[in-house]
Structures are given as C-alpha cells and as structure tokens.
Design a protein around this ligand. Sequence first.
Ligand code: BGP
Length: 486
Amino acid sequence: MSQKQVFPDNFLWGGAIAANQAEGAFDADGKGLSTADMVPYHKKKDYTNLSALMHVTSESITEAMKVKTAEGYPKRYGIDFYHRYKEDIALFGELEFKVFRLSMNWSRIFPNGDDAEPNEAGLQFYDNVFDELRKYNIEPLVTLSHYEMPMTLVLNYGGWKNRKVISFFEKYAETVMNRYKDKVKYWLTFNEINTTIIEPFTGGGIVGDREENVQQASYQALHHQFVASALVTRKAREINPEFRIGCMLARMIHYPATSSPEDVLQAQVDNQLNLLHTDVQVWGSYPPIAKRYFEENNIQLVQEPEDEQFLLENTVDFISFSYYTSLISTTTPEKYGVTGGNLYSTVKNPNLKVTEWGWQLDPIGLRIVLKEFYDRYKLPLFVVENGLGARDKVEEDGSIIDDYRIDYFRQHIEQLAEAIKDGVEVMGYTSWGAIDIISASTSEMSKRYGFIYVDQDDEGHGTLNRYKKKSFHWYKKVIASNGADL
Ligand code: BGP
C-alpha cells in the first residue's frame, strides 16, 4: 500500500551551514576579522562545561588579535567553502536539495562593521554562491548573523550592548537585501538569538568580562538585537514584498525531572524563558514572564520610546528553529549531581541515550516542539537545524558507514511527519550541517554532522577532499520520495 503523502509538494528539503564554520578565507579579498576568528581550538575535552570553553574574555581577544595566521583558530580556515563552494553546491545538487541554508559573514561585507562603503569583493562572493545555487534550482535561505560579527564593533563599541550597533547591522542588512533582492527570498535575522544570553560572546558579540554584570549586559544586547531584527524586517518589506523573514530560536524544550509541582513549575518557567525570544519576534512585545524575570534579577533594560512600536509593527512571517535535544528542569539540581546553571551541564534524562558530546537523543521531542510552537503562534515553521555530531570512521575502501546518522535522521523525520499529520504547517527541513564543518561549541572538526565527509582533522591537517557518506545516498532517496522513503 503506498504510504499516503505526508509532506506537501513544495516542502523545502535541504541542509545548512554557517559562514564562520565553513568559509575559512578569514582575511581574503578585503574581509575584516570577525569574532568567530578569535575562537581557538579547544584542546580541553571537558564537554560538561562547554560554555566556559566558548566564552572568550577581552584578554583572550587581545591575544588572538596578535595571531595573524590560521594556526590554532579552526574557524579561520573552516573547510575552505570560500574557494570550494562550486564543488560543494554540485554535491547539494546531486542530493536534489530544494533549499540551502547559509549565513553571510558580516565582516566580508563591512570589514570593520562601521565602514562607509561595502567591500565589493565580499558582495561578489555571495553573488557567485547564489548564482551557483540557481544552476541546481536550490533556493538560498540566508542567515544575516550566525555567531559572528566584525571584531572592530566589539573592540570599539562593545558589541551588541551598544545601541549604535543596531544602525551598523541595519546598514549591512539593507545593503545585502538590496543587492540580492532577486536572488534570495528567505531571510533569517539572528541565528539562535537566545544564545546571546547563554553565550554572551559567541552569540551576542559582547565582551562581557566575568566581573561585569553579564546578565544585564546580555539582556541589553538581546534587546538591541530584537530592535535590529524588527528594523530589518521593516526594511525588507520595503525592498521586496515577496521576501519572507523568519526569526530563529535554539528550541531547548525542558521536561520536569519529576511530577512534583515544583519541578513542573520550574520546567514551565524554563520553557517560557526560552520561548520569550519567539514571543517578542512573533507577538511584538515582551511577555509577562520576562518582566517578572527582569525585576527578580535586577535587569533594567534601557529602551528608547520608539522601541515598543518598532517591535509591535515588524513581526516575522515564519518561525525557524534548531532542535537537537530536550533538557530537564528541577528545583533540586544538586540531587542529580549537577551544579551551576550552564546549559551543557544538564540533568541527565534516564529515558534517553546521549551522544559522545553529552547531547541527549530525543526524536519525539521534535514532534512535541513542533506541536507546541504551532499551538502557540499559528505561524508556518521551518526546522533549520537538526543533526547528529559524531566521530565518523573512514573504512579501508574509503566508505563511511554512518548508519547511526541515518537512524538519527530517520527517527526525527518520522516525528516531523507525525507533527504534520497533527496539522502543523512546516515549510521545510534543513539538516545540520549539510557537509562536515567546524563545530561551533568546541571548534573541532571531528564532531562531524554532514552527509559529506571532509578530509581534515582537528588541527587542520588533511586534503580537504570531499567524500559521500552512506547517509548521502539515503538522504537523496528521502528527498526524491518527498519524505516517503525513510
Ligand atoms: C547550533 C549552531 C550551529 C551548529 C550546531 C551544532 O547551536 O547554530 O552553528 O554549530 O549548534 O553545534 P556544534 O557545532 O557545537 O556541535
């Protein structure tokens, strides 16, 4: 019996990368240094405290600024997508991607962030990428800010905690939206905007030294990003009414550790604090939980009178999000051997397996998240990141038998199909990382996500040759059957 078609005919199957983890060419053709170029390779392998590894203080930035080569800074060479994009896009074409999510490196367009004129070579690079995608009928889905910003904006202005950065971001967005108004339809403003709170440096581009009130600085930076996102959304609609603008959240759904009302309430609050980011970008104002949280944590946002109107009048067309794992909430973390509040040292869920990097595997969580988003907002949804980071082995004959990755995707796409049967409107699905790229949180190459293997190790040694994994052929079938053949 042929399985009843579940995915709509125009469902956008594809994969995703981020400029700062893939392009490399950190100082090519006029590009300025970006914050991502400052993140060294973490030789430490303490995955339980990744946020400490990711947080870069102003001292380490000064050190990194002295290093003018790629050595020890993997995001400075990436997988050399900058020079190999044609080969990679040909592989995405072989997979018959309908959409390809990529981000633009802001410092390729405005090397210092506050330059009077854009860098033409940077603009030309993305013109070439979009033209290459068009050859294979692949729709670009562009993230304007994905975990990087021009270093100069951090050093001279303090990053997103300075309201002036809003105007620089608006100028960057207006420049690229005008330039590519006939090549790009789908735009996302900030990748995982909630990480501005979790990873103030990597996410929000603020140099919050440990002693500074990082919460205050981070929420102020986040507010400026909300305003910037609203202004860019307004500008986008003026440039091309056909544009579709999305917000992007790292959806970290929290389950209560027990059925105690205290744990259930804690999970509800943790979920509300995660969803406050989409509340602001979909509803156009801070929800009540945010106001109470700010009061209780002595966070005084500095807002301009026009901010409220900006947010209210310029909300998004769709919600995009990353989903990797579910988390546990409890009022007694010490009972589970967890101390400190950082995201990665989460309470273990006894019902779930974990990856080598401690991420819990919960496919059903994806269905829960989709249903909840749709119930809450009734807007089209786009899963723009979902994938498994794992060490892949190259066999003697050169094959890479990543059955574990096929299982991961099969289970998550099955839940995606169930959510659609539940009536949830989903626009598309871009797996994370279409191709092996540098890990955002650990700067490792060995934490591989792609359907395409890249011959490069954690220290940057290798031929950079690309090889199709077993999952490449599997995903090609999934796309060809529009999700029917899993
Ligand atoms: C998300 C980021 C991506 C990607 C992914 C996997 O938070 O938006 O950039 O990196 O996480 O995380 P990692 O690369 O740290 O394994």
